[in-house]
Design a protein around this ligand. Structure first.
Ligand SMILES: [Zn+2]
Length: 219
């Protein structure tokens, strides 16, 4: 009843290294992708690090064994979209991703963390069952409002390892979820890939902690 799950956004090239680490330690992640901008020119620089989304060809079978979720077609600011465009950004991303990965898309991460009742209703219309916000709880308690879901913490959170120790020490009679999110390029920008490796290693050493995708943890 102790589940650990990860959520990483944008489908950038650094996901290759991240997947390698997750697979090495048997961890499961949900990758939130923008199917309309999987192109070479979907790139930017951050602190001297070049960040670029992968093309569909580059992705290939990289994410096998993990979950794919919606992150809107072109990573827009949801509040800036009229109803029709909002609907298209969600519906088309789900359609493309389910075609590309041959799976049902039931999850979402809000681009820029923007959501309100209108955005939530648009996701519901397309069958989305849970959606991650940028809010954090610093705990592992089950949540009832899955379309406004809050993670335990971002991987940059200064309490990350304190929370991991606390989770390891918890009893396992009640359902608990340790949910960590971020962007894989942040490990390059902050030069701290050891942080995610250390976390995965710690959690993998406890057989009562079950690594699952977001959908498996929440639904
Ligand atoms: Zn994003």
């Amino acid at each position: 009843m102790k589940y650990v799950t990860f959520s990483y956004d944008d489908g950038v090239t650094q996901d290759k290294r991240l997947v390698e680490i997750f697979n090495k330690y048997g961890m499961k992640c949900t990758f939130n992708l923008n199917s309309g901008i999987m192109k070479e020119d979907s790139c930017w620089d951050n602190n001297g690090v070049h960040i670029r989304r992968m093309t569909a060809e580059e992705i290939g079978n990289l994410y096998d064994g993990h979950e794919i979720a919606c992150h809107f077609l072109t990573h827009p600011f949801p509040f800036e979209l009229d109803d029709k465009t909002l609907d298209y950004e969600i519906g088309k991303d789900i359609e493309n991703l389910s075609d590309m990965f041959k799976c049902e898309i039931v999850g979402c991460a809000y681009p820029y963390g923007q959501y309100d009742d209108r955005v939530v209703a648009a996701l519901q219309k397309h069958g989305i069952k849970y959606a991650r916000t940028c809010g954090t709880t610093s705990n592992f308690a089950p949540q009832t409002d899955l379309l406004r879901f809050m993670s335990t913490c971002h991987h940059k959170d200064e309490k990350l390892f304190e929370l991991a120790e606390k989770f390891i020490a918890e009893g396992s009679d009640e359902k608990q979820v340790f949910y960590v999110w971020g962007h894989s390029y942040e490990f390059d920008v902050d030069n701290n890939w050891d942080r995610i490796e250390k976390l995965c290693k710690m959690l993998s050493e406890h057989s009562d902690i079950i690594p699952v995708t977001n959908a498996q943890a929440l639904l």
